[in-house]
Design a protein around this ligand. Structure first.
Ligand code: FMN
Length: 176
């Protein structure tokens, strides 16, 4: 059975991105889904002095090992002021100190969602630009606007968005 690691780029206990990433990973057939909740990784804020003084934390290695063990990654990014949420950026920076190729060429379904109408499009674009330089193998990307109106555990309310997401899940499934 293939292993898919779902990551929400947020530390909100009620993260809509963790919810979306988990839901989408569960739609992939015949896979074991592991949810990597960034709250479960006890990482200090990345800084060069922290790294020099105390080294790379074992929790960063644990997250790196989890990515290494995956056949595919479903990542959904929270957008804070047009960019990554601080918790994600810090974890990402730690990971990049272990391995420049953070995402290790694992097939990735990259997403973002927000309560607003742009669905995290700005952070999604930032990640689409940056991740390929860091071992990212983005098979498909998807932005879900107006999360609270569009999402339920029964699926995506908007027909066009629902169809689009299903096609992207299929592409991801074929790649892992
Ligand atoms: C500091 C801060 C900045 C935010 N900036 C944006 C933004 O630039 N674009 C956006 O669509 N939503 C923005 N939001 C709203 C988030 O999309 C919303 O909080 C969402 O739930 C975050 O995803 P999460 O639930 O996975 O953490 C912001 C929220 C916070 C707290």
């Amino acid at each position: 059975m293939k292993k898919v690691v779902a990551i929400g780029g947020s530390n909100s206990k009620k993260s809509i991105n963790k919810t979306l990433a988990t839901y989408v990973a569960q739609q992939v057939n015949d896979t074991e889904v592991i949810v990597a909740d960034l709250n479960d990784f006890n990482l200090p804020l990345y800084g060069i002095d922290e790294e020099t003084d105390n080294g790379i934390p074992s929790e960063a290695h644990r997250l790196n090992d989890l990515i290494e063990s995956a056949d595919g990654l479903v990542v959904s990014l929270a957008e804070h002021n047009g960019s990554y949420a601080a918790v994600f950026k810090s974890a990402f920076d730690w990971l990049s100190r272990i391995d420049k190729y953070v995402w290790k060429q694992k097939p990735m379904l990259l997403m973002a969602t927000s309560p607003g109408g742009r669905g995290g499009a700005t952070v999604l674009q930032a990640a689409k630009t940056s991740f390929p330089h860091l071992g990212g193998n983005i098979i498909a990307d998807f932005s879900l606007p107006k999360f609270h109106g569009n999402f339920s555990e029964d699926g995506i309310a908007d027909d066009d968005l629902s169809k689009d997401l299903k096609q992207k899940i299929q592409l991801f499934q074929d790649a892992i």
